[in-house]
Design a protein around this ligand. Structure first.
Ligand code: 5AD
Length: 489
């Protein structure tokens, strides 16, 4: 029984892909190894979104090849995912110890290729081709991978991205948008809930575009359907698309109610699942945040009150250069509506500092947006030039010291706002879903509030999976500490 170790870089989508590959391999008789040092197969599931993510994976593979391979020449080494997709054969040319390079539409073939490599039937495999229907192939979950029962799960609802933000490599590494059917997704969610999952996060590069290529414009065109966004034009889907429900009965045509997107229809269908406590999704695009989605927060109680809504910049000029498809004012308006629809909603964001041509005045717009919106937290990214993206060829690429300086200034603002917002929870009671022991201090248990704050408390394994009311006693940086509340009746 060969053993495999998978190391994952990058986003939640990558985490989910790795989990599915691990489950597939276990089903085929592989064992999961606790580290690369004892595994027969070492796979690195890679990220391409910034250069340093790529360098990390390449350095890791160099170390493994130089160290582990020396002592155990038969170990199989592979790159999976985004960097495998964008670099292909080049990775083996550079690192000849690598045996397998598998792209983002080929995860489901991992076991087959590894079997061949281990049996000596093939010397090397590079497969980065496109594959029709690959969005429906990642179904396996490994709920008991760490011997303990999982409470939350990610479900992939779509693959790819058609947005083509000028900085971003994802449309090239993940391909065009392809959505799974509502039926298929709900089936997977039901199965997870029957296995004890209480919270599901629907995953996609841009979840608000879910089903667009299947229903809204290609299956049931209606005179009164929502106006397609002009920035979505230009890339038609290939081949037959799955059927999605029509907009029938969704309020389309009424002058008062907004048209219901396929994504909101999906949330409603998942919401019906008995035993499921919470629904989240990531990431939406501000452009797709229509009134129907805002309204969903007001009427669907299982939809947890948190939103990760990447803004990228606070300057309209930069947003335009980025090809984001919204203005600062429109973004602020969405946040205002969300906060009205659901009090206490937690809002987080992604921001890029140092996009080509970003002036000090543009950057100050980003600072002022953060002061205006007051994110609970924001992930800051130093702009990184990506191969073949339009922004890589733009003039005024900024020097590193300018990017570093702006990054430090924005980080201190985000931390200051975060500290203030987290401190506001002290003394309050909140409901958390207990996920398991804290990673840093296994003596503590960790849960998440509905507004997606991590809450640590002194508890034990018996709390896992419980919805628990806790009283917040203190706040750390982006962490809350609480005591299980004693309710006095
Ligand atoms: N440079 C820096 N950050 C980037 N991101 C995407 N592409 C780049 C790039 N070229 C960031 C965006 C996105 C997050 C996942 O990664 O903020 O939302």
């Amino acid at each position: 029984m060969p053993s495999v170790f998978i190391k994952t870089y990058g986003c939640q989508m990558n985490e989910r892909d790795s989990e599915a590959v691990a489950a597939q391999l276990v089903a085929k008789g592989y064992r999961l190894a606790p580290s690369e040092h004892v595994a027969d197969v070492v796979l690195l599931n890679t990220c391409s979104v910034r250069d340093n993510a790529e360098q990390k994976a390449i350095n890791k593979m160099e170390n493994i090849a130089g160290d582990i391979r020396k002592h155990r020449p038969n170990v199989v080494l592979g790159f999976l995912g985004c960097m495998a997709q964008s670099r292909g054969q080049e990775l083996i040319d550079r690192l000849p110890d690598v045996d397998l390079v598998l792209g983002t539409q080929k995860f489901h073939r991992t076991a087959e290729y590894l079997d061949d490599l281990l049996a000596g039937k093939r010397a090397k495999v590079v497969d980065v081709a496109e594959e029709q229907g690959s969005e429906g192939t990642i179904r396996e979950h490994l709920l008991n991978g760490n011997a303990q029962k999982s409470v939350t799960a990610f479900v992939s609802i779509m693959q790819g991205c058609n947005q083509y933000c000028t900085f971003c490599i994802v449309p090239y590494t993940r391909g065009e948008e392809r959505s799974r059917t509502i039926e298929d997704i709900v089936g997977e969610c039901r199965q997870l809930v029957s296995q004890g999952i209480k919270e599901i996060t629907l995953l996609g590069q841009i979840v608000t575009s879910y089903g667009r290529r299947g229903s809204v414009r290609h299956v049931t065109p209606r005179a009164d359907e929502p106006t397609p966004d002009p920035s979505e034009e230009g890339s038609e889907p290939r081949g037959a698309r799955p059927q999605f429900p029509s907009l029938e009965g969704s309020g389309v045509g009424s002058s008062l109610r907004p048209a219901k997107t396929t994504f909101v229809q999906l949330i409603e269908a998942v919401h019906e699942i008995e035993g499921l406590e919470r629904i989240r999704f990531t990431s939406p695009h501000p452009k797709g945040y229509g009134d129907d989605l805002v309204e969903a927060y007001a009427r669907l109680p299982k939809l947890a009150e948190s939103a990760h809504l990447p803004v990228q910049s606070g300057s309209d000029r930069v947003l335009k250069l980025m090809h984001r498809g919204y203005t600062r004012a429109r973004y602020v308006e969405i946040i205002r509506k969300l906060r009205t629809a659901r009090l206490g909603i937690g809002i987080t964001s992604d921001i890029i500092v140092g996009f080509p041509g970003e002036t000090e005045a543009d950057f100050e717009e980003t600072l002022s947006l953060c002061r205006e919106v007051e994110f609970d937290n924001a992930y800051l990214f130093k702009y990184s030039q990506r191969k073949d993206t339009p922004a890589a060829a733009m003039p005024d690429q900024l020097p590193e010291d300018v990017i570093e300086d702006r990054h430090a200034r924005l980080l201190s603002l985000i931390n200051e706002i975060g500290k203030r917002k987290y401190n506001e929870f002290v003394g309050r009671q909140m409901q958390i879903l207990v996920e398991g022991p804290s990673k840093r201090n296994p003596a503590r248990m960790s849960g998440r509030s509905r507004c997606n704050k991590i809450v640590l408390f002194d508890g034990s394994e018996r709390h896992r999976g419980q919805l628990l009311d806790v009283r917040i006693t203190r706040a750390g940086l982006f962490t809350l500490y609480g005591d299980p509340a004693i309710v006095n009746l």
